[in-house]
Ligand binder design. Structure first.
Ligand code: HEC
Length: 161
């Protein structure tokens, strides 16, 4: 089965795109990268799975390129990554020497941060489920929007630019 998507709602698409941290991740230079301490690098490498998945999803969902048949597999990578993202932040690394973009607020407000990671897990799992079950673009976009909200919401609070 070949999946085909046609998107009329360009305005909504642009909105969702804007909510995603793509620009910052693409612009994520190697500056300071080699000075990341172990936990910081591990967190970053875990988050990069999101980055790579998003880079493949956006062309499929918004640009009519990419391979729509890959959608369920990519969504599964997001969901699987989200099962790790809370635990990689569990260790309080405030004051550790080396580079990180995690703000101290992560551990000052751990309960809120952890809740956000739980929500991300729920929303990515829902997105994966939708992409496996249907090719209905409205449903897929709605589920994708729910995923994207988590990224931006948390980065605004807890990630340095
Ligand atoms: C509950 C909080 C939270 C959620 C939700 C979250 N992130 Fe992050 N993310 C962070 C933090 C904090 C860092 C910085 C980690 C570090 O440098 O130690 C980060 C780092 C990143 C990075 C590395 C780029 C950079 O600027 O260093 C990417 C890419 C990324 N996140 C993508 C995503 C995507 C895509 C989503 C949604 C699918 C997402 N994140 C959801 C907190 C979150």
């Amino acid at each position: 089965m070949t999946r085909k998507f046609t998107f009329k709602k360009v305005a909504i698409a642009a909105l969702v795109c804007a909510a995603l941290p793509l620009s910052s991740s693409v612009a994520d230079s190697h500056e300071g990268e080699e000075e990341r301490f172990f936990e910081s690098k591990y967190r970053h490498d875990t988050m990069q799975h999101f980055n790579y998945s998003m880079q493949k999803l956006v062309p499929i969902l918004f640009q009519g390129t990419g391979n729509p048949d890959h959608l369920p597999a990519i969504a599964t990578i997001l969901a699987s990554t989200a099962t790790m993202t809370k635990s990689v932040f569990e260790k309080d690394t405030r004051g550790t020497e080396g580079f990180t973009k995690a703000k101290d607020a992560v551990w000052e407000n751990w309960e809120d941060f952890a809740k956000r990671m739980d929500a991300l897990q729920v929303d990515t799992a829902a997105f994966a489920e939708v992409t496996q079950r249907t090719t209905d673009k409205e449903e897929i976009m709605a589920a994708f929007k729910n995923v994207g909200r988590n990224c931006k919401g948390c980065h605004d609070e807890y990630k340095a630019k």
